[in-house]
Write a protein that binds this ligand. Structure first.
Ligand code: AMP
Length: 464
């Protein structure tokens, strides 16, 4: 079965082929003919990585009237990254439909630019809920001619607390628009959303339960010992040196610290979390997409909607709090027909969490045995000169805190702290040395750069 067989017109097929997309995926096989031929509301249960974006994007592109320069289709998405990704697919696949235009609007970027862009003829808008409401309230956008509304990753939108925003947006739309809801999971509040807003005769399309979790993903778990988690991680990463992946943490602080703890190690890691501004996020994502960074240390929210092809692995450094989070996280690998591994870090006493994932998602985990990197080598004596001593209120206790926070060290690794009037000494394992130098190079305290060196006798380098 080809896209032409499904009724997709030659101009779109040409654009698909230009992007090396030749054969429809399961969800595309089911949704495309339906959306093309019917105006019934639709619920599609499909996770990221199954080709769900093209599943709605292609038939919508085909149904839009290019002669009506008004917004005819709106796609609501939970995050700006997903918004950019969806808009990109509209852009790529409309390459030979020269008169159809799509715009993405999302928070974290200047609203004025988006207002200007919306003044041009626009047929499709991809939006995050908060920014769209802002634009609606400023009369910068009109949904009066809207015909198609897609709620993409509806479960994530509800998880992120966007229900009231969705309610508000729907008040700006006509009652008879055609609604399509895409979701990876079907919790009670998504069912409620469907009851409230979709026509009672909506059609539900599911990819088979066994395909619900991408079959190309190999699920593994790794049992680590308390206090040695980082060593196990390093061992895993050593074995996946030339590969790319995402590591998930539960908190922003953990993501930030872990990225620092990996500084100077064999992989290039960077953190993606909610405290970064748009510019820094884009920079991290560019580095990751271009391959300058091979490990993204991310929180769940920050990583939503990320579409990076050819990810080899996903690490659940902290287990997900909910089952559907596991689906979302691991769905970042094994995309578009490729395979990938999804590895959970667990302590032996928490193995029942793996069992729960197995039974709820109908998947099988295998044990991954890894020898932790524990040979830390001899202690390396390090001196911080400067303005870092008693005179600046540093003490034996807060020096380790500073090093944990700013250099990403493990508190347990910092030994023999000695504080003098304006300098401090401490010992760390040899394999932390590079990490300290990388993270603290150029660090300013009281307007002066920290000056670090290995202990005087064997000092070969100084960093100013
Ligand atoms: P999605 O599930 O929408 O996040 O899509 C995952 C990735 O698969 C995107 O990079 C799409 O461009 C790509 N893709 C979509 N449809 C196909 C297809 N039929 N064959 C190969 N790749 C596809």
């Amino acid at each position: 079965m080809t896209f032409s067989d499904l009724g997709i017109n030659p101009a779109i097929v040409q654009a698909l082929e230009g992007n090396k997309i030749f054969k429809p995926t399961d969800i595309q096989l089911k949704t495309i003919p339906h959306i093309l031929q019917h105006d019934e509301d639709l619920v599609a249960v499909a996770q990221t990585g199954t080709g769900k974006t093209a599943a709605f994007c292609l038939p919508i592109l085909q149904k839009i009237d290019p002669n009506v320069g008004k917004i005819q289709a709106l796609v609501l998405v939970p995050t700006r990254e997903l918004g950019q990704q969806v808009a990109r697919e509209f852009f790529l696949f409309s390459k030979y439909l020269s008169r159809i235009f799509a715009e993405a609007v999302y928070g974290g970027a200047p609203i004025e630019d988006q207002i200007q862009k919306l003044k041009r003829s626009t047929h499709v808008v991809v939006a995050t809920p908060g920014r769209l409401i802002d634009l609606l309230e400023r009369d910068a956008i009109s949904l009066q001619d809207l015909k198609y509304l897609v709620l993409d990753e509806a479960d994530e939108m509800i998880n992120m607390g966007f229900k009231s925003e969705i309610d508000q947006i729907l008040k700006y739309c006509k009652k008879d628009i055609n609604k399509m809801l895409f979701t990876a999971t079907m919790p009670a509040d998504v069912k409620q959303l469907i009851r409230e807003y979709l026509h009672p005769d909506f059609v539900e399309i599911r990819i088979h339960a066994e395909e619900f979790i991408n079959q190309k993903i190999e699920h593994q778990y790794l049992i680590y010992k308390q206090g040695e988690k980082l060593d196990y991680l390093k061992a895993f990463l050593s074995e996946h040196k030339d590969q790319r992946g995402i590591l998930f943490c539960r908190t922003k602080t953990a993501a930030k610290r872990l990225a620092k703890q990996l500084a100077g190690f064999e992989v290039t890691a960077d953190a993606l979390h909610g405290n970064l501004n748009q510019e820094s996020r884009d920079k991290v994502m560019r580095g990751f997409k271009k391959g300058r960074i091979n490990l993204l240390v991310a929180t769940d929210i920050a990583a939503r909607g990320i579409d990076v092809k050819e990810l080899d692995y996903i690490i659940h450094y902290h287990l997900p709090e909910k089952t559907d989070q596991y689906t979302h996280r691991s769905g970042r690998t094994a995309r578009a027909g490729k395979s990938g591994v999804s590895v959970c870090f667990v302590k032996s006493e928490n193995l029942e969490e793996i069992k729960a994932l197995e039974s709820e998602l109908n998947i099988q985990f295998t044990l991954l045995s890894v020898e932790p990197v524990t040979d830390a080598g001899l202690n390396t004596p390090i001196t911080i000169y400067m303005n870092m001593g008693f005179a600046q209120s540093f003490t034996k206790n807060n020096i380790p805190e500073f090093l944990v926070e700013e250099a990403g060290l493990n508190a347990a690794d910092i030994k023999n702290v000695v504080v003098e009037d304006s300098r401090s000494y401490f010992d760390v394992p040899a394999n932390c040395e590079q990490q300290i130098f990388i993270n603290l190079k150029g660090y300013k305290l009281f307007h002066r750069n920290l000056k670090l060196s290995l202990d005087a006798e064997n000092s070969k380098r100084n960093i100013y």
